[in-house]
Design a protein around this ligand. Structure first.
Ligand SMILES: [Fe+2]
Length: 254
């Protein structure tokens, strides 16, 4: 027995969905309570749903009783301030685990490659149940920033760059695909990230939003690609030497 997965993610490990359309009032994410939380890059998070309804972002397996990343508990003090964001996270009708807004400070392409990681989405998730994946709903308009995905972090030829205008929606098997964001803006980037359990509800919602993997690859100048790759790999190697192992071989709890 293995987990139930969405067929649509089998080929590439991600799909781009239709833009969600009407933009969300920035007041919704600006009014939320944020917590510092370890993730890739300089980040803070504002949870809408957490393991047991507290304003924190821990993996659900850290609690008593521990649980997989589903059956998240909505946090009234946060959802009251962000009704549209809450509705967006709930609209798919799938089981939601963690749902939170990420705030990411500007960084470089090399930073993004250095920070790239796999998520720990399915710890304690019983065999036979739905594989947990993540949906990224872009809030701020950052058309020159990119979600950087790789099937193999050590192989640049496996890279896909997905632009992040406001409204962009990406569904990613983030336990399979190495990922991080290169945020080239001057102001912080905000994005709603929701953990969903794969199943008929999620499949129906995805199909209604025209999933595709056919995206125009954003081309970068060759010297930028080479210099950033070398910088990132040198920094990754230095980090591995420092710790005695590559910490990104341990899936991220964020
Ligand atoms: Fe992640």
């Amino acid at each position: 027995m293995s987990h139930k997965k969405l067929d649509v993610l089998a080929e590439k490990g991600f799909v781009v969905l239709d833009s969600y359309g009407d933009l969300v009032d920035p007041q919704e994410w600006q009014s939320l309570e944020y917590v510092d939380w370890k993730s890739s890059g300089d980040t803070r998070f504002a949870p809408l749903a957490s393991a047991y309804g507290e304003i924190e972002c821990n993996g659900f397996w850290h609690f008593d009783p521990p649980k997989p990343d589903k059956d998240g508990v909505w946090i009234d003090s946060q959802t009251d301030k962000a009704p549209t964001l809450t509705w967006r996270a709930q609209e798919a009708g799938a089981n939601v685990g963690r749902a939170r807004i990420i705030e990411l400070q500007p960084n470089s392409y090399a930073d993004a490659l250095y920070n790239s990681h796999l998520d720990d989405n399915n710890r304690l998730n019983p065999d036979g149940e739905g594989w947990i994946v993540r949906c990224f709903m872009q809030l701020t308009h950052n058309p020159d920033s990119y979600m950087i995905l790789r099937e193999d972090i050590k192989d640049p030829s496996t890279e896909t760059r997905l632009a992040l205008p406001a409204g962009a929606q990406l569904l990613v098997d983030s336990e399979r695909m190495w990922h991080s964001v290169w945020h080239a803006g001057a102001e912080p980037r905000y994005c709603l990230i929701t953990s969903y359990e794969s199943g008929p509800e999620l499949e129906k919602w995805v199909e209604a939003n025209n999933p595709t993997t056919k995206t125009d690859q954003v081309e970068l100048p060759e010297d930028v690609v080479i210099d950033s790759e070398m910088e990132a790999q040198n920094r990754r190697n230095a980090r591995t030497a420092f710790y005695g192992y590559d910490p990104t071989e341990v899936r991220s709890e964020a």
